[in-house]
Design a protein around this ligand. Structure first.
Ligand code: NDP
Length: 447
């Protein structure tokens, strides 16, 4: 994502651009990430619509689902997008070379086709790659998010290790498609780093959907028995499954790039390529954007960073990407949408923090009979009335948080929210009708 945007903008400024891609154009997001994942979320979500239908008077015969149709249609859409990416990069005037490239020095690149190329500037946008953690016995049987998009059949039972974005999104996808899903997470509760109420709410919703969430344990061994597996856990128990997937984080894709030959330094804290606020490495003509820098691993961030690089280096317009208050969504079912500070983060930074929170069954659920609940939470600076954070778990939370993100970025106050007329009947109207704080935190000044 970062490389494509940078190439198009840099070429637009009249520079001579070569993009080296050894596999398919589009990067993680298009080929094996956000886009195919979201298509699978749509497929899975149909289950909830079917479940809701009876309360509204529909009688729907037993629905059947065909995995191979979903995968074939998804692959067709990804191929269409890949072609569009290729077309747009070339239309902008950049040249795509289907090759792996390694750095020989700060200006020389060796292509896997054998040629050598010199460049005035080099941008590294090689992304990240799944990391399976420590090697355990049977790790060769474990799939990652790379393979999950190409399974031949829908597993009837799947064990997924991890409590972050990928593990939980796929847990919900598979549960919706009818699989028996067990999530294994090493800590106390899933979604570490998210607001505590969000963490509890998502877990409770996932459990209501029939997903088993086992916390405080890890997978220690995976055994294969014919076509199925057993995942042995540190708690002493084991879970039988048709697939075992790990989604325990991703690491920067830097192996074999020749960074040492060019003298490019890594960030000792996160292991990504170390860059300054202009995405420039310690070697002045080499830049890096996106997941390979391991800053904030989100597609829109990589795109902004790639664009800023092109503006800065070729557009004669230095641009720094603002990494504050980035809205983000986890496409669990229900979704999470979040922007700004969590309650705990706000408490650590502000003396007066007001919390406005509501947890309710939607109007739709009252008729459908769904037991699903929606969470909406605002974190407000009690001294200035500014909204510091917003956290939503519920239908279309990703769509909602995109819009709330604008208000938070504009430094909206709680009074601005209250002054906005509600749209009725919606779930989002709760955000402008939360009148009384559920908690008021006041930190006493240190003696
Ligand atoms: P995350 O960092 O989100 O989650 C990794 C999970 O694995 C955490 O729960 C972590 O636990 C756990 N874990 C880490 N190491 C181990 C280990 N050795 N053994 C057992 N568990 C372990 O990574 P993901 O792989 O889910 O996703 C990578 C990144 O991709 C995300 O952080 C996000 O930036 C991006 N992404 C964004 C999406 C979106 O915008 N919707 C969708 C998918 C990915 P702990 O919390 O204890 O560290």
């Amino acid at each position: 994502s970062g490389g494509v945007r940078a190439a198009r903008i840099a070429a637009g400024y009249g520079s001579s651009v070569m993009v080296a891609e050894e596999y398919r154009m589009g990067g993680t997001c298009v080929i094996r990430g956000c886009v195919p994942k979201k298509l699978m979320v749509y497929a899975s979500h149909v289950r909830h619509e079917l479940d809701d239908a009876a309360g509204f008077g529909w009688t729907i015969p037993e629905a059947t689902f065909d995995w191979s149709t979903l995968i074939a249609n998804k692959d067709k859409e990804i191929a269409r997008l890949e072609a569009a990416y290729t077309f747009n990069v070339e239309k902008a005037g950049a040249t795509i070379v289907k090759a792996r490239v390694t750095l020989e020095d700060a200006h020389t690149l060796r292509l896997s086709t054998g040629e050598s190329v010199r460049a005035k500037y080099i941008l590294i946008a090689t992304g990240g790659t799944p990391n399976h953690g420590e090697a355990i016995p049977g790790i060769e049987h474990v799939i990652s998010s790379n393979e999950v998009f190409h399974l031949k059949t829908l597993p009837k039972r799947i064990v997924i290790q991890g409590g972050g974005y990928i593990a939980l999104e796929f847990a919900c996808i598979f549960a919706g498609l009818g699989a028996d899903v067990t999530v294994i997470y090493r800590g106390e509760n899933i979604l570490r780093g998210f607001d505590e109420d969000v963490r509890k709410h998502v877990r409770s919703e996932m459990e209501k959907a029939g997903i088993t969430v086992l916390t405080g344990c890890i997978v220690t061994k995976v055994e294969k028995h014919g076509e199925s597996f057993s995942a042995h856990l540190s708690s002493g128990s084991s879970v039988a499954a048709d697939q075992v997937m790990f989604a325990v984080g991703r690491h920067p894709n830097i192996k074999g790039l020749g960074l040492d030959k060019a003298g490019v330094a890594l960030n000792p804290v996160n292991g990504g390529i170390a860059v300054n606020e202009f995405s420039q490495t310690n070697v002045p003509n080499i830049y890096a954007v996106g997941d390979v820098t391991h800053r904030i691993n989100l597609t829109p961030v990589a795109i902004r960073e790639g664009h800023a690089f092109a503006d800065t280096v070729f557009g004669n317009r230095p641009v720094q990407v603002d990494h504050a208050d980035i809205p983000t969504a986890v496409f669990t079912q229900p979704e999470v949408g979040t922007v700004g500070l969590t309650e705990a983060e706000a408490l650590a930074q502000y003396t007066h923090v007001d919390i406005y929170k509501t947890d309710f069954r939607s109007l739709k659920s009252t008729m459908s009979g769904s037991q699903s609940r929606v969470l909406m939470k605002l974190i407000v600076d009690g001294s200035t009335d500014r909204i510091l954070g917003c956290h939503i778990v519920g239908p279309e939370a990703g769509e909602l948080i995109q819009v709330v993100g604008i208000a938070v970025k504009m430094k909206a106050t709680k009074a601005d929210f209250d002054g906005t007329m509600a749209v009725h009947p919606t779930g989002a109207e709760e955000l402008v009708t939360l009148r009384t704080p559920t908690t008021r935190h006041v930190r006493q000044a240190a003696e």
